[in-house]
Design a protein around this ligand. Structure first.
Ligand code: GDD
Ligand code: MN
Length: 392
């Protein structure tokens, strides 16, 4: 099947909107529109939406004229949205998406960095492989960047690395400005739309979608200039942080109760183990290294230190309570110490019973008592000291 035939199939089954955000692209935009119309499937189901932010160089008017003429010629529809007050690449793209009637949406730059020839392949992939987002990628096999200075290449790679690792994104080029997606996957997303990285926001917020990358060659613009400046770089950091926070809350929410419970129990026992070490080291320090304190005193100091460090670690880490209100904290500390005491007494009592009345082997009795006492300790502290539901 030739490309042309495939495109015909696409027109019949689905409609397509291509969104081109522009700011001062007067030297590029006519060429882009011509090229798009040449390479896109011809038919009424395809619309090109240019979103212009009142460009001082008159890009908006040029497109306005172009749209009128193309209507006369009755080819694909070209529409122009003039934004008078709003600004910004991501928000322009969102405006375009809002107006888009297609089931599939393509987003591309208006400066020839993104070759329109790639679009049919993207749409084909969107249908063929049943994925939800197709990203035209510079960083998969076969993709590349042409004409960028070394500095910009490094910055782009670095920013990409940060996004991939920081946000747990698997694809190679999450910063791409060239992508296609099924419109309905973003219906429930609340966008921040800060700066340039709208795709990143979609990747983080559209849960469970399938993404595919196909290679293309990014060609640096020949006309006009990039609008990526320091303030957009700052926006990038802002949006990364917001997306990171967002992902964290979602991950927490999605964790099953059993996982959350076990993870807290795990932390509680880790803290307990760290207490042994603190206990030993502090006692050793006071009893042997620093002074010739009576060894019983040294041991007591060790115990106080380890109980305190256990309390603080459990408060901050295990139960994630960062409220250090003095009265509240002291009350918690008291309860924590109290439960430890109760646990110790219970443990002794239990071992005594098991060994004396059940004639259990001491080592087994010890084990049983330690397990029961420490589980009890965890639950009591969870419920009363840190005021959580037991099963949460
Ligand atoms: N409406 C509108 N409003 N359009 C804008 C604005 C804006 O505030 N800022 C930029 N644009 C348009 C430009 O006219 C161009 O068509 C497109 O958005 C991309 O802007 P450039 O300034 O050319 O971006 P770039 O080439 O530096 O960055 C591109 O490549 C990056 C890959 O590293 C973009 O595609 C980025 O999204 C992409 O991450
Ligand atoms: Mn560009």
């Amino acid at each position: 099947m030739s490309i042309a035939q495939k495109e015909l199939v696409i027109i019949r089954s689905k409609s397509l909107s291509v969104i081109v955000p522009t700011y001062n692209e007067s030297k590029n935009i006519v060429g882009i529109l011509d090229s798009l119309r040449k390479h896109l499937p011809i038919g009424t189901d395809t619309e090109i939406i240019v979103v212009d932010d009142d460009s001082p160089d008159g890009t908006g008017n040029i497109v306005e004229e172009y749209a009128k003429n193309s209507k006369k010629e009755n080819t694909q529809s070209v529409q122009i949205i003039h934004r008078k007050t709003e600004r910004g690449l991501s928000s322009a793209i969102l405006t375009g998406i809002k107006y888009a009637k297609g089931d599939a949406v393509v987003v591309m730059d208006g400066d020839f960095s993104h070759p329109p020839q790639t679009i049919p392949k993207m749409i084909e992939e969107l249908q063929k492989s049943e994925c939800d987002i197709v990203v035209a990628s510079r960083y998969v096999n076969g993709g590349s960047v042409k004409g960028w200075p070394f500095r910009r290449k490094i910055i782009s790679k670095g920013a990409t690395k940060i996004a991939r690792h920081g946000l747990g994104i698997k694809i190679k080029d999450p910063m791409s400005g060239f992508f296609a997606f099924k419109r309905n996957i973003i219906n429930n997303i609340k966008f921040d739309a800060i700066g340039y990285k709208i795709l990143l926001e979609i990747l983080v917020k559209a849960r469970g979608v399938k993404v595919k990358e196909i290679p293309y060659e990014f060609i640096n613009r020949k006309e006009g200039s990039s609008k990526l400046d320091t303030s957009i770089a700052i926006d990038y950091v802002k949006s990364l942080w917001k997306l990171y926070r967002y992902g964290k809350t979602i991950r927490e929410k999605e964790k099953r109760v059993s996982v959350r419970f076990l993870s807290k129990a795990g932390r509680f026992y880790t803290v307990g183990a760290s207490g042994l070490l603190v206990n030993y080291l502090v006692s050793f320090l006071f009893g042997v290294v620093l002074s010739n304190l009576w060894y019983i005193y040294a041991t007591m100091i060790g115990i106080v230190f380890s109980m305190t460090s256990n309390f603080i670690l459990n408060k901050v880490w295990t139960f994630e309570d960062r409220d250090f209100n003095l009265k509240k904290t002291l009350r918690q500390y008291g309860l924590f110490l109290g439960f430890s005491g109760i646990g110790a007494i219970f443990q002794i009592f239990m071992i005594y019973i098991l060994v004396e009345t059940r004639h259990m082997n001491y080592s087994i009795a010890l084990f049983v008592a330690v397990v029961i006492a420490s589980v009890g300790n965890f639950i009591l502290n969870k419920r009363w000291t840190f005021q959580e539901k037991v099963w949460s």
